[in-house]
Design a protein around this ligand. Structure first.
Ligand SMILES: *Cc1c(COP(=O)(O)O)cnc(C)c1O
Length: 398
C-alpha cells in the first residue's frame, strides 16, 4: 500500500477480530437486581445482602467492567479468587469491599493492605501469616473465617474447631467479620450432603460464637460476625441457607446452574459471535479438517468460522455442537482446530462475512451456555471461564 510506514497503519489499529464476546452490562445489572429483589421479597424485615462473585476474570466476562457495573447497581461487596485478582479489580477502579476466597500463600500478603482486600482465613497457617503482615503494617485486618462442613477442600474442619480456633481468635490484629462455608452439592436435589452440611454449619456457628465471644479478635463495637453460605444453586434452592448474605456467581451472568430452573428471568450476559471467513463445497466422499474425521456423504457446503480451541471452544464440539448462521442451526463438522472450525451449511445461502453466533441468539433460535456445556459433557462455569483471552470483550449497556 502506497504511503505505508512503520507506526502508520490505522487500518490495523482499529481492526477487531471477527470473533468477539459481546457483554451486556445492563443484563448483568438486571440479574443482580433480580437477586436483590427476591431476597427482599422473601425476607422483607431483614433482607440478606449479596456478595457478587467476580472471580476468574468475572467468569470470563472481564472482571474490571463487571465489577464496576455491579458496583453501580449497588453491590457493596465483591469476591475474587486471590490477591492478584483483587489487585486487578482495584486497578480497574473498583472501590467496593473485596473478599478473597482462596487460600493465601505465605508470601506476598502485602496486597491485602495495599489493595484493601478482605482475606478468607481457612487454615491456622494462613492465620499466622496474615497476622505477621498485620504486625508489620501495624494495622488491624478484618477477615472471613471459612468452615469446612464436608466439601473437604478449604476451611477449618467443622468437627475440631475447639482445637484450631482459639489460636486464631487470640490475635488482636485479626478481626472476625464473617463466618462462612461452601456447599459441594447445592445443585443436586438428590444429594444428602447438602442437608448434612447445613447441620454441621449450624453447629459450627454456635461453636464459633462461643469461642469468639470476649476473645481478642472480637470487633470493638461488639458487632457479631455475620454468616454466609449460598452459591447460586443454594440461593435458588433453599432460603434457609441465605443467612446474612448470599454469594451468587453464575446467576449474575444469566446462567442457571443445571439441572435447576427458576421463574426469575435471568438474562444471558455474554454473546459469542464471529463471521464466516470462507465457504467451500465438498463432493461426496471428501473430508474436512485434521484427522479426516468428517466425510461428506453427499454434496455438502462448509462454512469456515475463525474461532477454535485457542478461543476456548472445546474440541469435543466436533459433531456435537452447532452454530447459528442465517437464523439456522449449522452442525459443527470435522475437528475443531486451534483457530477455526467448520460448520455444515448445506442448503443455506451463506457468504463470507455472514454473522455466526456461537453462544447467544440469532433469529428465533438460541444456543445457550447450558446447552453448549451439556453437548460436550462439561459444566456452564467452565464454558464461560474458558472464553479465550485473545477474544475481545465488547461492552454495552453502561
Ligand atoms: C465460585 C464461588 C461461589 C459462586 O458460585 P456459583 O455457583 O457460580 O454461584 C460462591 N462461593 C464460593 C466460595 C465460590 O468459590
Amino acid at each position: 500500500m502506497a504511503g505505508w510506514q512503520e507506526g502508520n497503519h490505522p487500518a490495523i489499529a482499529v481492526s477487531v477480530r471477527p470473533t468477539t464476546a459481546r457483554i451486556d452490562l445492563r443484563a448483568l445489572q438486571t440479574n443482580y437486581r433480580h437477586i436483590v429483589e427476591s431476597l427482599a421479597q422473601e425476607q422483607p424485615a431483614h433482607p440478606p445482602g449479596v456478595i457478587a462473585v467476580v472471580k476468574a476474570n468475572g467468569y470470563g466476562h472481564g472482571a474490571g467492567q463487571v465489577g464496576r457495573a455491579l458496583e453501580d447497581a449497588g453491590a457493596d461487596l465483591l469476591a475474587c479468587a486471590d490477591i492478584e485478582e483483587g489487585a486487578a479489580l482495584r486497578a480497574a477502579g473498583v472501590r467496593a469491599a473485596i473478599l478473597v476466597f482462596g487460600a493465601l500463600g505465605v508470601s506476598d500478603l502485602d496486597g491485602l493492605f495495599d489493595c484493601r482486600l478482605t482475606p478468607t482465613i481457612s487454615t491456622p497457617g494462613a492465620a499466622r501469616a496474615v497476622q505477621a503482615v498485620a504486625d508489620r503494617y501495624r494495622q488491624r485486618l478484618r477477615y472471613h473465617l471459612k468452615i469446612d462442613t464436608g466439601m473437604n477442600r478449604l476451611g477449618f474442619r467443622f468437627d475440631n474447631l475447639h482445637r484450631t480456633l482459639p489460636e486464631v481468635f487470640s490475635s488482636g490484629k485479626l478481626q472476625l467479620e464473617a463466618v462462612y462455608t461452601h456447599f459441594a452439592t447445592a445443585e443436586d436435589p438428590g444429594s444428602a450432603l447438602f442437608a448434612r452440611q447445613q447441620d454441621r454449619f449450624a453447629r459450627a456457628l454456635s461453636q464459633v460464637e462461643e469461642l469468639h465471644r470476649g476473645s481478642a479478635s472480637a470487633l470493638p463495637d461488639g458487632t457479631r460476625p455475620y454468616r454466609h453460605a449460598a452459591n447460586s444453586a443454594a440461593f435458588l434452592r433453599d432460603s434457609r441457607v441465605w443467612f446474612d448474605r448470599v454469594r451468587p456467581g453464575l446467576l449474575l451472568y444469566g446462567v442457571v446452574p443445571p439441572p435447576l430452573h427458576t421463574t426469575i428471568e435471568f438474562e444471558p450476559v455474554m454473546t459469542l459471535v464471529s463471521k464466516v471467513v470462507a465457504v467451500k463445497g465438498l463432493r461426496p466422499g471428501e473430508v474436512t479438517g485434521y484427522g479426516a474425521r468428517y466425510t461428506a456423504a453427499a454434496a455438502t457446503t462448509i462454512a469456515v468460522v475463525p474461532a477454535g480451541y485457542a478461543d476456548g471452544l472445546d474440541v469435543r464440539l466436533s459433531a456435537r455442537g452447532s452454530v447459528l448462521i442465517r437464523g439456522r442451526r449449522a452442525p459443527i463438522v470435522g475437528s475443531v482446530c486451534m483457530d477455526m472450525l467448520m460448520a455444515d451449511v448445506t442448503g443455506l445461502e451463506v457468504s463470507p462475512g455472514d454473522e455466526v453466533v456461537l453462544i447467544g441468539s440469532q433469529g428465533d433460535d438460541r444456543i445457550d451456555v447450558r446447552e453448549m456445556a451439556a453437548s460436550i459433557g462439561t459444566i456452564p462455569w467452565e464454558v464461560v471461564c474458558r472464553v479465550g483471552s485473545r477474544i475481545e470483550r465488547v461492552y454495552s449497556g453502561r
